[in-house]
Write a protein that binds this ligand. Structure first.
Ligand SMILES: C[C@@]1(CC(=O)O)C2=NC(=C\c3[nH]c(c(CCC(=O)O)c3CC(=O)O)Cc3[nH]c(c(CC(=O)O)c3CCC(=O)O)/C=C3\N/C(=C\2)[C@@H](CCC(=O)O)[C@]3(C)CC(=O)O)/[C@H]1CCC(=O)O
Ligand SMILES: NC(=O)c1ccc[n+]([C@@H]2O[C@H](COP(=O)([O-])OP(=O)(O)OC[C@H]3O[C@@H](n4cnc5c(N)ncnc54)[C@H](O)[C@@H]3O)[C@@H](O)[C@H]2O)c1
Length: 212
């Protein structure tokens, strides 16, 4: 099993090829669309859920069997067919074109694998078991969803609003003190208790106390 390198990639308006139109393709397409990719599906058939996405014009479908030229400009390639020979062809074409490729059912033919994703506002946690057990990846994701609730989104929103001010208004040493105070637990607890104004007050008081 490869030792996969994790990264977060901006897919907004970038072309991604998905070969196949079944349940597995649906799972991959939903995540890609949630990340604003331009999704190009090549498949002779589509399940109704995927057809509905095409009708909403958030992705594009070519009704045919895969051929090498479908790779075109795709920056990522997903092969989600039930046919081993087709998946193998997509994988070798993508590799020949230096495009990262994910093949359902066959980690050996993947140059990348997809994690289970937990999101709460700007907090995004990608979970992988390196392919050992996708179900465990899903279960860990569910545990994380219990650990980080809606307060995390508001907490990060609040901290984000202070980044520019802290950068321009405080020396590196004071900035360090500021961020340690803002993230020592009290602010997050206040937000969890829906006492947002008090939370903002704690951050502001700390900032003002550090100004020269
Ligand atoms: C995380 C998630 C992302 C996504 O796909 O969007 C994902 N699989 C998910 C669901 C899921 N996958 C499978 C089922 C049916 C139950 C089952 O059979 O297990 C379910 C449904 C379910 O669990 O609910 C079957 C399955 N998956 C793979 C194989 C082939 C094999 O293992 O050889 C087989 C057939 C096994 C067999 O036939 O025995 C392979 C991979 N699946 C991965 C990712 C990559 C490794 C991730 C990691 O662990 O690091 C990897 C290597 C490649 C890849 O697809 O990128 C998503 C959960 C999202 C979420 O809900 O949060
Ligand atoms: N559904 C799951 O959660 C799941 C879980 C584990 C493994 N799998 C495996 O993953 C594979 C895909 O699963 P699925 O449920 O999406 O299968 P599926 O049979 O519903 O979908 C396969 C899709 O591939 C398309 N296809 C076939 N030949 C093609 C070609 N030459 N070019 C382009 N598209 C082509 C088909 O038209 C179909 O839309 C299967 O091998 C399945 O056993 C699925």
């Amino acid at each position: 099993m490869p030792h996969y390198y994790p990264l977060f990639m901006d897919l907004e308006a970038r072309p991604v090829l998905v070969v196949g139109g079944g349940l597995v393709a649906l799972r991959k397409v939903q995540t890609l669309l949630a990340h604003e990719a331009l999704v190009y599906i090549v498949s002779p058939k589509l399940i109704p859920e995927l057809r509905a996405l095409i009708d909403e014009k958030t992705c594009f479908w070519t009704e045919k069997e895969y051929s090498t030229e479908d790779i075109q400009e795709a920056i990522l390639v997903f092969s989600c067919t039930e046919k081993e020979d087709v998946n193998a062809q997509v994988s070798s074409d993508a590799i020949a074109h230096h495009r990262p490729v994910n093949v359902v059912d066959d980690p050996e033919k993947c140059s990348f694998i997809v994690p289970s994703i937990m999101e709460q506002g700007d907090l995004k946690i990608a979970v992988s078991t390196g392919g050992s057990s996708p179900i465990v990846a899903r279960q860990v994701r569910a545990e994380l969803e219990n650990l980080y609730g809606h307060e995390m989104a508001e907490y990060l929103n609040l901290l984000k609003t202070w980044r520019t001010k802290a950068k321009s208004g405080l020396s590196p040493e004071k900035r360090n003190i500021f961020w340690n105070r803002a993230t020592d637990g009290e602010v997050r607890e206040l937000i969890k208790a829906q006492r947002l104004t008090e939370a903002e007050g704690v951050v502001e008081t700390c900032f003002l106390s550090l100004l020269d």
